[in-house]
Write a protein that binds this ligand. Structure first.
Ligand code: 3PG
Length: 305
């Protein structure tokens, strides 16, 4: 079988080596398409692929139409909003993700961005500290749990809300469970977003939630730009000159946000999961899932039906 790794933003070389070993040890062939700049390159590369490993690469109906041999697509990572699941199901392509494999890397970046932000972007001006601050974690999945673990080391007061995770499970992790996301925003100094981009969450973080934050509120986004209502957040930041927005995903209205000097920061490229460790974990997990699917028909981690 031909396994194509198609990554606009490549894995670390050491991760590609690991993927290759898994694929070749099982008797399959590995093909690499890295740093492609045009969709046509992806359309050409998928034509004879039996399996596909991607990151945030978009797998649309057009890509699936071109991938005549494709049987399985694994998103090496958590969020699979970049894959048209209905089209994949219609094309009889199994789609999987690799939950948890890159979550520590994303969680560590939350604190990298936070320290950078509250220390006034290292300008030399007096900043603030994380010790004793109230941290709100929106969604207590793999990343949220890692954020909580690290926050304990900073001595933060940690709160979480997750519509799908029982309060007991949150409390068992040593985190205060709150009743709603509205409460989380109201009571916390900092809110860190760990929700996926779904029909329900898109544009859900806007004026009402962020506007309810205390003076000096900080919003950290290592999730998806789509969950932000950018127009509302821009209007709010113009009104509330105390708010800080730190994001790992450049907003569509990047220039408008950049105008809030000293109150906005976006990484030049999305880099939450961009560590060798995360690439190795997620990439090799993806390769193993493909090998397992071809060998035993194992569909653990399938996200389309
Ligand atoms: C994920 O959903 O796993 C993260 O957003 C990482 O995305 P990336 O693989 O494009 O860095």
């Amino acid at each position: 079988m031909k396994v194509l790794v198609a990554t606009e933003k490549p894995f670390a070389a050491v991760a590609v080596d690991g993927i290759r070993k898994e694929v070749e040890a099982a008797g399959h062939e590995l093909v690499l398409l890295e740093k492609y700049t045009d969709k046509s390159q992806l359309l050409e590369a998928v034509a004879d692929a039996d399996a596909l490993i991607i990151r945030s690469d978009k797998v649309t109906a057009e890509v699936l139409d071109a991938a005549k041999q494709l049987k399985i697509c694994v998103r090496a990572g958590a969020g699979y909003d970049n894959v048209d699941l209905d089209a994949a199901t219609a094309h009889k392509v199994v789609v999987m993700n690799t939950p948890g494999q890159n979550s520590n890397a994303v969680a560590e970046l939350v604190f990298g961005m936070l320290v950078y932000g509250i220390r006034k972007f290292f300008t030399g001006a007096a900043g603030t500290e994380l010790l004793g601050k109230k941290l709100g974690i929106l969604a207590f999945g793999n990343v949220g749990r890692n954020v909580a673990r690290i926050a304990k080391g900073f001595g933060m007061d940690i709160y979480a809300y997750d519509a799908f995770c029982p309060k007991d499970a949150i409390e068992a992790a040593g985190v205060h469970a709150v009743d709603s996301q509205a409460d989380l925003f109201k009571m916390c100094d900092i809110v860190s977003l760990h929700i996926p981009a779904t029909a329900e969450t898109k544009k859900s973080i806007g004026k009402d939630l962020v506007g309810s934050m205390k003076k000096g509120g900080i919003l950290v986004n290592t999730a998806r730009k789509e969950v932000i209502n950018e127009d509302e957040l821009l209007a709010l930041m113009a009104e509330r000159t105390d708010l800080l927005y730190l994001t790992d995903i450049a907003p569509d209205a990047l220039d408008a946000f950049k105008a809030f000097e000293g109150r906005f920061f976006a990484t030049p490229k999305k880099m939450g999961a961009q560590t060798s460790e995360a690439n190795i974990n997620a990439g090799i997990a993806a390769a193993k899932q493909i090998v397992g699917y071809f060998k035993d028909g194992c569909t653990k981690f399938q996200v389309n039906k």
